[in-house]
Design a protein. Structure first.
Length: 203
């Protein structure tokens, strides 16, 4: 049983010190957040984390807080024109898939997330990346499966961003407290409650 704390924010080095493929693919992205996910398991349990990603529905999140905050964000985006097609992937920015080396390009992209603007980029035995782009930012969500110092395993999530100019940098700075103290804690509580259920039903 792991004694490491999970469901907590980690320093950027928890992501950058790992030998992930994303480092070579997206060196120009900023490591915005890194979280230890409340998903304790064994060496082969990354598949359960992928199932959680595949089942995540932004419009039907188990957390009322997450649903509310996302609803506010999308309504603001519609009102202010942040999420138009001209500002998305393959319009304002190219998809990260265009940077992939051949082995990742030929491999699986990973699970689609229902009712969310993220698109899968690539999947390996211990990494999954999806992406979104809008007027404020090009963002990557990097999910991984890491071994902890005590020999156990858990999931980890890193958010990497490339803000769109001064407006994007101000926007990311402005929402940082909301992400850290409202959205992510509520999201992680939902992951914790869903984790064992996914393992039971998929075993």
């Amino acid at each position: 049983m792991s004694t490491e704390r999970t469901g907590v924010r980690l320093p950027p080095s928890a992501h950058t010190d790992q030998p992930w493929r994303i480092h070579e693919i997206a060196p120009d992205f900023i490591v915005e957040d890194v979280w230890a996910l409340p998903t304790p398991g064994g060496p082969d349990d990354f598949r359960y984390l992928l199932e959680l990603c595949a089942a995540a529905d932004a419009y039907d999140n188990s957390s009322f807080v997450v649903r509310t905050m996302l609803s506010i964000r999308w309504k603001l985006g519609a009102l202010l024109g942040w999420d138009g097609d001209d500002d998305g992937l393959e319009q304002r920015v190219h998809s990260l898939r265009e940077r992939l080396p051949q082995d990742l390009r030929d491999g699986p992209a990973g699970p689609e997330t229902p009712n969310a603007p993220f698109r899968p980029v690539y999947l390996t035995e211990n990494e999954f990346v999806d992406e979104l782009a809008n007027k404020t930012v090009h963002a990557l969500a990097h999910y991984s499966w890491v071994r902890t110092p005590d020999g156990s395993y858990r999931g980890q999530m890193a958010v990497l961003t490339k803000p769109n100019g001064l407006f994007g940098r101000l926007y990311m700075a402005g929402i940082k407290p909301i992400r850290h103290f409202v959205v992510y804690p509520a999201l992680l509580r939902g992951i914790a409650s869903d984790w064992e259920a996914v393992r039971r039903t998929s075993a």
